[in-house]
Design a protein around this ligand. Structure first.
Ligand SMILES: Nc1ncnc2c1ncn2[C@@H]1O[C@H](COP(=O)(O)OP(=O)(O)OP(=O)(O)O)[C@@H](O)[C@H]1O
Ligand SMILES: [Mg+2]
Length: 213
């Protein structure tokens, strides 16, 4: 797991949006598995196994948990020439995804706006994970959470890592980054300025790397 650090405006979100196809860079090239890659949309990135959960989540408040998990790819059944959302399958599959991640919500039918911050984050992560990514980018997943919710989301991130998902974690919570990552990278004014194995550095050094440059 990689921790991506840097002060506000360092370019973390922007660089990761380039990696996830949400922003098309006007300069520079991108290599995936050693090959030159052009990502024109999040769909291109998805096909290559890259998913991102954005800083400002990307859930639809007025839809249910299940609808959010399957937004744009709802299971349907056809009657005559018409297509209807197959709610039974939708709810069952949604529950299966969340169970697999040990994420608890009151019901998959409840609207996302009624969930806690931690639960929303878990749903957003669950949606991303359901595409079975090789790399999952999480942009400030614990920023707006209560203490206990932070622990729950960190536990979820650890479970993903143990399943072999490569996680890139952007977070201002340095203690968390030090606790869960294998490697950290620090950015400043749009560039990578340093990189360390987490076990070979300290919180004090990391703070220095972020502010000194
Ligand atoms: N296409 C662009 N051209 C020029 N500047 C841009 C472009 N896209 C983003 N920026 C600027 O680059 C800077 C980096 O923003 P970004 O959101 O990536 O920072 P960040 O490291 O994620 O910060 P934070 O920790 O506050 O989320 C911002 O000042 C932003 O306005
Ligand atoms: Mg950001």
């Amino acid at each position: 797991m990689l921790g991506l650090l840097g002060d506000n405006g360092a370019g973390k979100s922007t660089l990761m949006k380039v990696l996830s196809g949400a922003v098309v860079p006007d300069q520079g090239v991108l290599y995936i598995d050693g090959r030159l890659a052009t990502l024109k949309s999040p769909r291109d990135a998805r096909q290559r196994g890259i998913e991102m959960v954005y800083q400002d989540l990307s859930l639809c408040d007025t839809l249910s948990v299940a609808e959010n998990l399957f937004l744009g790819r709802e299971p349907v059944h056809k009657i005559g020439g018409l297509r209807f959302v197959d709610h039974r399958t939708l709810h069952r599959e949604a529950a299966r995804i969340l169970e697999g991640l040990q994420v608890k919500v009151p019901s998959v039918q409840v609207k996302v706006k009624h969930l806690s911050g931690g639960q929303r984050q878990a749903v957003a992560i669950g949606r991303a994970v359901s595409f079975d990514p090789k790399v999952l980018i999480l942009d400030e997943p614990t920023a707006a959470l209560a203490v206990r919710e932070v622990e729950e989301v960190l536990a979820l991130i650890r479970r993903l890592r143990s399943r072999g998902v490569g996680v890139i974690l952007i977070s201002h919570r340095l203690q968390d980054v030090m606790a869960v990552t294998d490697r950290i990278m620090v950015m400043y004014e749009g560039r990578k300025v340093s990189e360390r194995m987490t076990r070979d550095t300290t919180l004090a050094e990391v703070i220095q790397l972020i502010v000194q440059t």
